[in-house]
Design a binder for this molecule. Structure first.
Ligand code: AMP
Ligand code: GLY
Length: 425
């Protein structure tokens, strides 16, 4: 079968790496891809939201499966585009319908879904420009810190957590009246602050059945000790050591099952990944967000642990037979450490030559923001390369990732050296 992966980051290189290993895959295409995917598949310079160009490619290359990496094409309805097109309707798309993708595309929609299905989450209310005054009054009923969330997609920047009530009121006004995050903040969700440690759970569902993939913990801030600006993610550890069997049972019973059952009950067509962001409050899991795709860089730690043929899992998703899949997971820990361009997540330069990639032998190199320049690999984004390692314990795996990162070089390369600092040994 010929397969297309949409996207160009570390997540998509990881998908490509796993799919390329499958006997079920013949030709593998990535649009637009990066220097890492170019080495193991055919990159095609098409944007992930250019649906007509994607259609043309799929028909020309006889592609039968499309794996959607990022959220944008999902929120814009790529699955519906395929389902409603006579020439494309038999292609398996891994990614939910436009309605399902609202779980990520609208925070308010996600909160309403959580409440409808009695899934534990923070209390909230939502406001618009017409109700700024009520929003400010609502803030006065809460204790600090104050959590303000732009309703729509804001490239991971739409959540503000503020200590000071006056600042919270000003920011609420900025978001609603001054459209701080453009159309994304025409509505704002104000949420109760949840105090605890975060983790993420990944579910693959065919809309009726599901499998739970390994847990992961992401390190989002640029600075060590979780300080400084938010990034797309500076590294990840899988599994999360504190997510023991009892806690996972709670997650499954209170969160995963009601989520998948809720989608089915509401007739929401959902064939793809559900990434559930959780906070452990005391001993209980509470949902802070849904994403309708895999995480990046969580994928770089989670998918290498999945031993089951990924394409066969995706076929089960397409056929709604995931109950027959046999999920086999590598029991070792995997860690991934992201190298980034100096300056990221603010302004940074691109086009720096990356050396040392070929000297890494006992870790996996996943490219994120890279591209080919003749036979050189150069930087092409904020997050550049992730290095994934395995060991029986996450600290040993991290050591390997760090040892190998030292073999990599590019001008102003930066990475966090303290991943796992918040986890018990
Ligand atoms: P989100 O985009 O919803 O994942 O939010 C971004 C980050 O804000 C999360 O990863 C959490 O660290 C934090 N966050 C979101 N909602 C809450 C909440 N209700 N209480 C505490 N922290 C939160
Ligand atoms: N690493 C967080 C995300 O993919 O949203």
């Amino acid at each position: 079968m010929n397969i297309l992966v949409l996207g160009s980051g570390g997540r998509e290189h990881t998908f490509t790496y796993k799919i390329e290993q499958s006997d079920l895959c013949d030709q593998l295409f990535v649009a637009p891809g990066n220097a890492g995917t170019a080495a193991i598949a055919t990159n095609v310079p098409i944007a992930v939201t250019d649906f007509p160009a994607i259609k043309e490619l799929v028909l020309k290359e006889n592609i039968k499966m499309v794996v959607v990496g990022p959220e944008d094409p999902l929120v814009q309805g790529i699955s519906d585009f395929f389902a409603n097109d006579n020439e494309l309707k038999d292609v398996t798309v891994i990614g939910p319908s436009k309605e399902g993708a609202k779980l990520e595309g609208s925070k308010e929609y996600a909160k309403e879904f959580l409440f409808r299905h009695n899934i534990p989450t923070a209390a909230y209310q939502s406001f618009t420009a017409a109700t700024v005054r009520e929003g400010k009054k609502f803030l006065e009923t809460l204790n600090a810190p104050y959590v303000l969330k732009a309703d729509g997609l804001a490239a991971g920047k739409g959540v503000l957590i503020l200590q000071d009530i006056e600042e919270a009121k000003t920011e609420l006004e900025n978001m609603l009246t001054n459209k701080k995050f453009g159309a994304a903040s025409e509505k704002v969700v104000i949420e109760e602050f949840l105090d605890g440690i975060e983790l993420s759970v990944f579910v693959l569902t065919d809309g009726k059945n599901y499998v739970t993939l390994p847990t992961a913990k992401d390190y989002k801030r640029i600075g060590e000790g979780d300080t400084g600006l938010n990034t797309g993610g500076m590294g990840a550890i899988s599994p999360v050591p504190f997510a023991d069997a009892a806690f996972m049972t709670k997650i499954e019973e209170q969160i995963i099952k009601p989520t998948v059952d809720g989608l089915a009950k509401e007739n929401i067509d959902y064939k793809g990944f559900i990434f559930i962001g959780l906070i452990k409050v005391g001993d209980d899991p509470k949902v802070i967000e849904y994403n309708v795709r895999m995480g990046d860089p969580e994928t770089e730690a989670v998918l290498p642990r999945v031993k089951t043929d990924l394409v066969s899992l995706f076929q089960h998703v397409g056929n709604q037979t995931l109950d027959r899949a046999n999920l086999e997971i590598d029991p070792r820990s995997a860690t991934t450490v992201m190298t980034v361009s100096g300056g990221y997540p603010e302004a940074y330069e691109k086009g720096k030559e990356i050396t040392g990639i070929d000297t890494i032998k006992d870790a996996i190199v996943f490219h994120a923001g890279t591209k080919l320049d003749g036979d050189k690999v150069i930087t092409n984004g904020g997050r550049v390369i992730a290095v994934t390692s395995f060991d029986n314990d996450f600290r040993e795996a991290l050591k390997k990732s760090y040892q190998n990162i030292e073999k990599l070089h590019f001008d102003k390369m930066y990475y966090r050296k303290d991943l796992g600092f918040d986890l018990a040994p």
